[in-house]
Design a binder for this molecule. Sequence first.
Ligand SMILES: C[S@@+](CC[C@H](N)C(=O)[O-])C[C@H]1O[C@@H](n2cnc3c(N)ncnc32)[C@H](O)[C@@H]1O
Length: 224
Amino acid sequence: MFGRIAHRYDLLNRVLSLGQDVLWRRVMARRVRRARPGLVLDVCTGTGDVALGFPREIPAMASDFCVPMLALASRKAREKGRRLPLFAGDALRLPLSENAVDMVTVAFGVRNFESLEHGLAELVRVLRPGGWLVILEFSHPHGPLAPVLGWWTRTVPPRLGRWLSGDPEAYTYLPASVESFPDAGAMSALLARLGLTDVRASAQTGGVATLYEGRKADRTGGER
Ligand SMILES: C[S@@+](CC[C@H](N)C(=O)[O-])C[C@H]1O[C@@H](n2cnc3c(N)ncnc32)[C@H](O)[C@@H]1O
């Protein structure tokens, strides 16, 4: 499915979120800059918009199981003159040893995992103790704008997405997968259950998306 929509993926992100996705990824990049990790892994990188938004001085690599998405990420990295090692692979079975990276980021990827819990556990496995897992994911809008935001998410992507991408399935799947995804409270509880500390969830655009972060327990108690 992701391979079929890859060529229109960036355009659809901008249109369907009315440009908000750019701001959400910037929040994520700021979070990465603050931690100044030695090495970041961005999983489910898609066309690379998250990883290519990290500060240049922070070493990063990125992976995805969809080769057409990776091809676009590779082209974008070349055009921007950025060095971004890419590898194809399932985020639930990463070809990395335990404690391999200082930070793991994933934007709009975990919602698609075959098993959310196993996928998150795999991301925690490759993270070094004291390192941060940062997740950006759709969530359930709340507050006064919730009815409008909920209506938009349920109604616009299936219609506009089908038209712009030419794929009848992908943008029907989007609202359905958001609807069945845990809310911010349940997601935070799951991250804590997987052994992360300092778990925080910050709502973006009235809760349309949420930025989650949690730190893998550090035996020394140090923090970056
Ligand atoms: C909605 S896109 C998000 C792309 C990018 N992170 C962004 O913010 O635009 C989801 C991406 O996750 C990838 N993906 C989904 N499940 C995956 C898995 N189990 N392993 C690796 N990649 C996965 C898809 O191929 C797709 O490129």
